[in-house]
Ligand binder design. Structure first.
Ligand code: PEP
Ligand code: MG
Length: 595
């Protein structure tokens, strides 16, 4: 329900953040408290003691049921060996220190359930940290794991789901996890703004693929904007206007109409081939997070899927999908996309892609921690199940497999070994799997750039993940609004990296594509065409935009432009020169966009 705004916000108050997803939305704010698993300790009244204890006991029961279900489903032999962990967790759930102490804290010190539980968990962790025996000390992770489960079950009942929003609003949140964002109903949530995040944070990427205007990195928007504030967001410029005056309102209505008109104009490009005026063609593909995005990708003219981010399959409430469940999804993807290929990236969790199910431990530096292929090579049962599902689905159409966050040849070889072993295993069990699955890696680390020539000998294709590559190359956190201004795809170091990658691919005769967000930015299209990428994969809505540019340029021209850019020293000089060139050579391309 909307609450009227009483706070003194001046008319037309302008806040500027980071333009995360284009478009204009006009509505009222809906404030969402989305601190992921943040535990808030508060004093409770004596009347709340019993309900809090009951809620805690419910969470314990729920956790036990979940664990017993996991145990019952684990009929596979390899998993059976590890079932003792579940038994340990079940024992902890009966432990008096955990349960009894939490209940006492609620009752005696009048602390709410999650606050009390959190205190007890902290105490237990301290006990385990002091133990010198390594094995016993490692059991601390059991406490973390069961603690997370309990807290999730406790909070689960009180958290508001974005799926429950039942009127048209602009969501205002500190941050939205990818799992939150995927619950959004586009007919209700028509835009969102957040305190934190950068252009390539996952929340921003998802907003773009949903086609919802978004502004991120506004730093304090959640504390400034009460529920129900009338507002306008312009996701193309990264601006938010609070309490718009009638004149501003009218201006933005016109801008919105114009934006919508330009969007509809772009549809004419969907059916046309992606080819330059002098006949150079490259594949424009789509990035997807879910298989049900494929029909839209096809409508936009995608010639395949250049990046299927499979981690989103693992973010549902039901937990990690089984091999068969994954197989069904990948098979459906490949059948819907045929004859074009589907590039399935193996699980890329960690970093800002937090999947609660995996109980990833708190890492001081998650972006450099146990993420992506490192996680897969550790959690080998999950990895094997995914590889098997992909191999089986490959029998139904062209599939390419891609490993994320590679930093060395040894990792690639390890992945290929797993893949080969699973293939042999499937074949000897008489299970049909696809032939000729192309193997590729994402180039996302500076190490991979520097040894691109060595890596190129190991694989069939490269796909450049600029979201991470720029993060690691320029040493800026892709989700941190304070350093977002340093996120510069036109930084000379990035251009040098791209050159090196493309040259290594060319010498080895393998394909090279790009699936980072840079691939879908109109301004960079020229540069990427000039580098000689064979594929650009982007969010489906950008395919027509990039194609429109491609169809107006000549390869010889864009190569000249790129040569000139290499003579410049700063990202700003390069970006300015690029814009100037574009305006001079192709005045028709940008004029409409810059109105
Ligand atoms: C990238 O890093 O550019 C990429 C495409 O992967 P993700 O954004 O999923 O990390
Ligand atoms: Mg990445």
């Amino acid at each position: 329900m909307m609450v009227s705004v009483k706070i003194d916000i001046a008319e037309d108050t302008l806040l500027v953040g980071i333009a995360a997803a284009p478009g204009i939305a006009i509505s009222r704010s809906h404030l969402v408290n989305r601190d992921r698993m943040a535990v808030i300790e508060r004093r409770i009244s004596p009347a709340e003691i019993d309900p809090e204890i009951a809620a805690f006991r419910d969470a314990v029961v729920k956790s036990k049921i979940q664990l017993l279900e996991v145990k019952a489903q684990a009929d596979n032999k390899e998993l059976a060996e590890h079932l003792y962990i579940i038994d340990t967790h079940l024992l902890i759930l009966d432990d008096d220190m955990l349960i009894g102490d939490t209940v006492s804290l609620i009752r005696d010190e009048l602390i709410n359930a999650e606050g009390a539980l959190n205190r007890v968990l902290r105490k237990l962790r301290r006990v385990f940290d002091k133990i010198s025996d390594e094995y016993l000390r490692e059991r601390r992770s059991d406490i973390d794991s069961i603690g997370d489960r309990l807290i999730r079950n406790l909070l689960g009942e009180t958290r508001e789901s974005l799926a429950d929003i039942d009127e048209q609003v602009i969501v205002v949140a500190h941050d939205l996890s990818p799992a939150d964002t995927v619950q959004i109903d586009k007919s209700k949530v028509i835009g969102f703004v957040t305190d934190i995040g950068g252009r390539t944070s996952h929340t921003a990427i998802l907003a773009r693929s949903l086609g919802i205007p978004a502004v991120v990195g506004l730093e304090t928007v959640t504390s400034l904007v009460p529920d129900g504030t009338p507002m306008i967001i312009d996701g193309s410029t990264g601006t938010l206007i609070l309490r718009p005056s009638p004149e501003t309102f009218r201006d933005y209505l016109l801008k919105k109409q114009h934006y919508d008109y330009l969007e509809s104009e772009l549809l004419q490009y969907c059916e046309l081939p992606a080819v330059t005026r002098d006949g150079y063609s490259l594949a424009l593909r789509s990035n997807i997070d879910f298989v049900d995005e494929i029909p839209a990708a096809r409508e936009q003219g995608a010639q395949g899927i250049g990046l299927f981010r499979t981690e989103f399959l693992f973010m549902s409430d039901e937990g990690a999908p089984s091999e068969d469940e994954q197989f069904a999804v990948y098979r459906s993807a490949v059948e819907q996309m045929a004859p074009f290929p589907v590039t399935i990236r193996t699980l890329d969790v960690g970093g800002d892609k937090f999947v609660p199910e995996f109980n990833l431990s708190d890492e001081v530096n998650p972006a450099m921690g146990l993420r992506a292929v490192r996680f897969s090579l550790k959690e080998v049962n999950l990895f094997k199940a995914q590889l098997r599902a992909i191999l089986r689905a490959a029998a139904f159409g062209p599939i390419r497999i891609m490993f994320p966050m590679i930093s060395g040849v040894a990792e690639v070889r390890a992945c290929k070994q797993f893949l080969e072993r699973e293939r042999q295993d499937l074949v000897s069990a008489g299970i049909v799997c696809g032939e000729n699955v192309k193997i590729g890696i994402m180039i996302e680390t500076p190490a991979a750039v520097l040894i691109a020539d060595l890596l190129a000998k190991e694989v069939d294709f490269f796909s450049v993940g600029t979201n991470d590559l720029i993060q690691y190359c320029l040493a800026i956190d892709r989700g941190n609004e304070h350093v977002a201004y340093l996120y510069e795809p036109m930084h000379p170091a990035v251009l040098q990296a791209l050159l090196r990658i493309c040259q290594a691919a060319e010498s080895a005769g393998i394909e090279v594509g790009m699936c980072g967000e840079m691939a879908g930015e109109e301004l960079y299209a020229l540069v990427l065409i000039a580098f000689g990428f064979h594929e650009l994969s982007m969010n489906a809505a950008n395919i027509s935009r990039v194609k429109r540019i491609m169809r107006q340029v000549e390869m010889s021209d864009v190569k000249q432009i790129l040569d000139q850019l290499f003579l410049l020293s700063t990202a700003e000089e390069i970006a300015t020169a690029l814009e100037k060139e574009m305006h001079q050579r192709y005045p028709s391309i940008f004029t409409e966009e810059h109105i």
